[in-house]
Design a protein around this ligand. Sequence first.
Ligand code: ATP
Ligand code: MG
Length: 359
Amino acid sequence: MKKIILTGDRPTGRLHIGHYVGSLKSRLMLQEKGDYDDFLVMIADAQALTDNADNPSKIRSNILNVALDYLAVGIDPQKIHIFIQSEVSELTELSFYYANLVTVSRLQRNPTVKSEIKARGFNESIPVGFFTYPISQAADITAFKASIVPVGDDQLPMIEQTREIVKSFNRIYGEVLVLPKEVLPENEACLRLPGIDGNAKMSKSVGNCIYLSDSYEELKTKVMSMYTDPLHLKVEDKGHIEGNTVFTYLDAFATDDDFKNYYPEFANLKELKKAYQQGGIGDVKIKKFLLQILDNLLKPIRERRLYYEEHIDEVYNILKDGTMYARSIARETLKEVKDAMKLNYFDNEELVKEYKDEH
Ligand code: ATP
Ligand code: MG
């Protein structure tokens, strides 16, 4: 079986360090390994509209921002096709057919959609498009016959839904679609990085993010204001690690080399945690350590972003080329899907022949 990788992001804002640890980092690792047949990354503007229908300018203005973020982290357009979802209309058509294979109650059980509905305050007024976006995500994945999808763990219910659609489709219409599998970050803290406010998930829609494009000053302000341990008032107080966002970020980002270089009093995070729990280590000290680590990560990203900001025409052409390529692949799959569903009346005159045979 071919190894085809597909993943994407909604252009609802700039990308943040949650995206980095949750998905971008795996993409970069897969890109460097290079043992794949095809690799596509999608800017999911149509999906972003499902909960932003009244704000098309927001989506439009973030197309280039997300593309810049991709290129800034090191996605290489020679190795990965970057494309825009709405420009591949085959995806919409596939969604329409897949919708017949999914029940309303199945969609209602999706835990990620459930919590997103709550977070967006939709209550009973859930846009149908938003409610059904897991189906459109199945179309995005299967249109390219993707076998591997690198994502954060909030996306697991979407992959599961896709697998169910693939199985139903192949059972009813014949083996056309490929079963995808997720690639999750190995480090547990990276599965769902919390926001700087300590909230369960750093998310563009919540606004609790450290963006990949933040300046040093913005980064510093955010790290210094981060949620830590509300019971740790004085330096000598015993500190708590659980639910302490600074430590979750250290879990996600700190390496032993970082300790050697910037915090040599401790050999590793385990030792620092122990000392913090015993009391005597101030939050400012650990925040400064985290700031150093994050700035080391973001510095080269900022620099590469600057290059592409000054060559925005190049970025535009990368998107255009990637989209043309994606269209050509999705068109082939849609044809296979429709053939399997017997929706191909004008390829030849079989329909008339079948009628004549019957009468
Ligand atoms: P929105 O609030 O608009 O949904 P988002 O911040 O959740 O935006 P998405 O574009 O929905 O970002 O997610 C893109 C990818 O990044 C997905 O694979 C998702 O799992 C991953 N991701 C997003 N936020 C995090 C996070 N805080 N930790 C780990 N992975 C994340
Ligand atoms: Mg999301």
